[in-house]
Design a protein around this ligand. Structure first.
Ligand code: UDX
Length: 437
């Protein structure tokens, strides 16, 4: 079993560290955030992810995972295989900000006292690996092999994805290092894609860009359905049956959010642009997604006279269910727009309860949020909303009461049977007035 270090205990690093320890490796997780490291030592997960805290407790008890800060000294912290899983936030120009990746790579390269393999787990643009080798690793006092090993974990399903991934991508110019990284995942029954560094880096971005494209495509088809009177549910089902297309990522709605798709599509567009390539399809994907999240506001402006005097409930803040993550969630754009329109906005999310959105009033329950509102906008397809008692909701809302289903996750007949006006994205019926006028 290998001696592994994982630098960065954010979403990616923590899952990687805990899972590698679970399959038998000795893992040291390192983070500059002392409070987080203290928390992890007590077995508390800083993020909400189903099953993670249980696995954390199990691996701590096994003695195979420990937590440290760089103050403990890189020379002692570095194992034979070192994963870099620090953040690559978006810079103002849309590029990936590589400052943390560069600083940690420089620090470990300078202080290492034995050869090791550096595995890039952070999402870095194509070309980054070779630049790091050229500028930093080549001058290190010890031999450092470089491997790109992108992650494809979905939030909320990360553990499941780690053990049952579709593929493990490994890019390196050093076959032995690639082989050693592949062997770390011996417990994972998945095909390996062994390739060069730039191709591995590109696979990660191209995967996210393709999935984003699928979502923007189905959203455009849904908008078309609204105009021509077709039903997106039937259309998605019908096209998804073609095995060349597949049924996944064909759920229409108010667009993708989260920590990956918005950031990675913009970063790929930036990389294309500075390399002199005009990636026009990707630009459209991004533009469609930006536009899509305006739909509830456009619909409410059309459906409700005197919108500025009304109170609106925003149901769901997380960018998708089973996570408390609100990064790039449509809610973050929609609430300020409604506030700008002059509405009073009440927000409710069953899990993302700590998040403050300026101008909005937080509610502890969905009923508190629905009390006295003219409209409810569903942002996140939480199960609680799909099974909501709409008769009860209608009794609390003020007439004319409207429900905008931003995720096409409600049963329209139940909402309408309660006397509420139902609007969605590409579903036929009264809501069509919301989009095509
Ligand atoms: C994604 C990728 O799936 C994962 O491989 C990568 O490593 C990180 O980015 P994640 O951000 O957790 O994972 O979410 P995912 O479940 O893929 O959904 C992304 C967004 O797309 C969400 O906002 C979701 O609501 C939206 N979506 C997804 C749709 O609007 N329609 C769909 O059909 C599918």
């Amino acid at each position: 079993m290998a001696d592994v270090t994982v630098i960065g205990t954010g979403y990616v690093g923590l899952i990687q560290g805990v899972c590698l320890a679970d399959v038998g490796h000795d893992v040291t997780c390192v983070d500059i955030d002392e409070a987080k490291i203290e928390m992890l030592r007590t077995g508390t997960s800083p993020i909400f992810e189903p099953g993670l805290e249980e696995l954390l407790a199990k691996t701590i008890a096994s003695g195979r995972i420990t937590f440290a800060t760089p103050d403990d000294g890189w020379a002692d912290l570095l194992g034979d295989i070192v994963f870099v899983a620090v953040g690559t936030p978006q810079a103002d120009n849309g590029a990936a900000d590589l400052r943390f990746v560069r600083s940690v790579t420089s620090a470990i390269a300078a202080e290492a006292t034995h050869p090791f393999t550096l595995v890039m787990k952070s999402t870095v643009p194509p070309g980054t690996g070779h630049a790091l080798i050229r500028r930093t690793l080549a001058d290190a006092p010890v031999d450092i092999a470089y491997v790109s090993n992108p992650e494809f974990l979905r939030e909320g399903k990360a553990l499941e994805d780690w053990y049952r991934t579709d593929r493990i991508v490994i890019g390196s110019d050093t076959p032995d290092a690639a082989e050693a990284v592949s062997a770390l995942y011996e417990a994972v029954d998945a095909p390996r894609v062994i390739t060069d560094i730039a191709s591995a880096e590109t696979i990660k971005y191209a995967s996210n860009a393709f999935l984003s494209t699928k979502i923007s495509f189905i959203n455009e088809i849904a908008n078309l359905c609204d105009v021509i009177g077709a039903d997106i549910d039937a259309v998605s089902h019908g096209i998804g049956m073609d095995t060349r297309i597949g049924p996944d990522f064909l759920r229409a709605g108010i667009g993708y959010g989260g920590s990956c798709f918005p950031k990675d599509t913009r970063a790929l567009d930036f990389i294309a642009t500075i390399n002199g390539y005009e990636f026009s399809l990707l630009k459209s994907v991004i533009e469609v997604n930006n536009r899509q999240r305006l739909l509830p506001v456009i619909a409410l402006v059309r459906a409700l006279p005197h919108l500025h005097e009304r109170t609106i409930a925003v149901l769901g803040l997380a960018f998708k269910p089973d996570t408390d993550d609100v990064r790039e969630s449509p809610a973050v754009d929609i609430v300020p727009l409604l506030v700008e329109e002059g509405c009073s906005v009440k927000v409710y999310d069953p899990i993302a309860a700590e998040v403050e959105i300026p101008g909005a009033t937080r509610c502890a329950t969905v009923w508190e949020a629905l009390d006295g509102v003219s409209a409810a906008v569903v942002i996140t397809e939480w199960g609680e909303f799909a099974t909501l008692d709409w008769e009860r909701a209608a009794g609390m809302m003020t007439s004319p009461a409207v429900v905008f289903d931003g995720r096409n996750c409600l049963d329209p007949s139940k909402v309408e049977a309660a006397g509420l006006s139902y609007m969605a994205v590409g579903r036929p019926g009264a809501h069509r007035t919301g989009r095509s006028g």
